[in-house]
Design a binder for this molecule. Structure first.
Ligand SMILES: *Cc1c(COP(=O)(O)O)cnc(C)c1O
Length: 451
């Protein structure tokens, strides 16, 4: 074993030019820690005998640099989504429009009128910012934005139905994903659950019978990520509202995804729109900001002024409030709907509405650039607990590689990771969910992986 005293000191290594560069990039304390760790590591290996010579200073600094890079690389990284799942929850749901990103950047950059009234110079309310555009867009009496739709539902129930009865159809007592179960959230809010109907069927009389007892709220929850098919029945929202209002009970409609656009226009099943829920006179309507709305994570609550006022006053409202960057982004996304430019400006609607020929042309371009692969017809999915089982016809790039799963892993390990899928032993990539400006980066990753 070489003499361990011959190892350089931390100070000695710190005096090198490489170390100075590391200090400039990572700061002195972290660089010191990395050099110490690198020295301890070589000391341990020399003692064990797994190293026999003292490495050059450069080698030890290289090791320190690798540690520094490892310690400072974020785990939240951008990826290219070539899975064809448009609202991929694990990949961050909706990518944001240019105007949305810009307004989030501007508001995040400096100070703002978050809770400040420019005219009076006095304190204002953060709740007004998205409210005006939501009211304009929907015609609802009042609106508010919270952290996400799960908190919108929890807050609504806590404010309107704590210790009181909430009637809900058994067929809607679903788990939405990530362990978010409608019945658990209802219990968490302190509301008393009154389940009506059976798993597949609920009749208007079931509601009417339940409403004979004193009730705080009738609730509807979108099934989101699954479909009941076959022998099923649920009364129309309008009918449920009619019998509830006759009993003096308000109706809350958790739309889940919350779309302003008619999904049928794009060959998908009909999804109750926000406007339709309002037209059916639901009293409180909740939906997500980052599902079919196509904006940042948020929960949106709209409805009757008196009920929204109660919700705003509840102590939980403070705990689930939206931050300024979110409010800026939600407002900018909503503006696209107000200006009738959602299909052009909101990425997920662009993906949903893209012409099939356009997708085919992109897939063919990929094949041409790569000099291999085949373009085949396939299906894209909406995902994100929206429109369960619904797909859109698409064209895919299919690659034949020796080990498809190993290939997927290699794609994920690249500088610009690409997420794809396999089917019948082939690697499949769907242009629909790849942002057009990512084509170049996607091809570089594919070329590097195919090498
Ligand atoms: C997705 C969903 C939620 C939760 O919304 P988040 O914005 O993810 O918190 C609640 N209810 C329904 C019906 C949903 O589909």
């Amino acid at each position: 074993m070489p003499d361990l005293r011959a190892l350089p000191s931390v100070e000695k290594l710190l005096q090198t030019r490489t170390a100075a560069e590391l200090v400039a990039a990572y700061g002195r304390p972290l660089t010191l820690q990395a050099i110490r760790t690198a020295l301890n590591d070589i000391r341990a290996r020399l003692s064990r005998g797994s190293a026999v010579t003292i490495p050059k200073h450069g080698r030890m600094l290289k090791k320190a640099q690798a540690l520094l890079e490892d310690w400072t690389t974020p785990t939240l990284l951008p990826v290219i989504n070539a899975t064809g799942v448009i609202l991929h929850t694990n990949l961050g749901r909706a990518p944001l429009s240019t105007a949305t990103r810009q307004s989030m950047e501007v508001i995040g950059h400096g100070y703002s009128t978050l809770e400040f009234n420019l005219e009076s110079g006095k304190r204002g309310s953060r709740l007004i910012h998205a409210e005006a555009v939501l009211k304009q867009l929907t015609g609802a009496e009042a609106a508010m934005v919270v952290n996400n739709n799960a908190s919108a539902v929890l807050l609504t129930l806590s404010a309107l139905a704590r210790r009181r009865k909430v009637v809900i159809a058994r067929s809607q007592l679903v788990e939405i994903g990530g362990g978010f179960r409608i019945p658990d959230v209802m219990k968490q809010s302190g509301a008393k659950l009154v389940e009506v109907g059976t798993t597949n069927k609920v009749h208007l009389e079931d509601y009417e019978n339940a409403l004979e007892e004193p009730t705080a709220l009738v609730m509807l929850a979108h099934r989101s990520n699954f479909k009941i098919i076959g022998f099923t029945e649920e009364p129309a929202l309008k009918e449920i509202v009619r019998v509830s209002h006759a009993a003096g009970v308000p109706v809350a409609d958790d739309l889940g995804s919350g779309t302003f656009l008619d999904t049928e226009r794009f060959g998908l099943v009909h999804e109750r729109t926000v406007q339709e829920s309002l037209a059916a006179e639901a009293d409180v309507i909740c939906f997500s900001g980052d599902k079919l709305l196509g904006g940042p994570q948020a929960g949106i609550i709209i409805g009757r002024a008196g009920l929204i006022a109660k919700i705003k006053k509840h102590p939980l409202a403070r705990a689930v409030r939206a931050d300024k960057v979110c409010l800026a982004g939600v407002t900018a996304t909503l503006m696209h709907y107000l200006k009738d430019e959602a299909l052009r400006e909101i990425p997920i609607w662009r993906m949903i509405s893209t012409a099939l020929e356009h997708i085919e042309a992109r897939a063919k371009n990929w094949v041409k650039s790569l000099g291999q692969g085949e373009v085949i017809p396939g299906k894209s999915a909406i995902g994100g607990g929206s429109l369960p089982g619904e797909t859109l016809p698409t064209y895919l790039l299919a690659l034949d590689v020796p080990s498809p799963d190993r290939f997927l892993a290699k794609l994920r390990a690249q500088q610009q990771p690409v997420i794809a899928r396999t089917e019948n032993d082939r690697v499949l990539l769907d242009p629909r969910t790849v942002l057009p400006e990512q084509d170049g980066a996607l091809l570089v990753t594919l070329q590097n992986t195919l090498k």
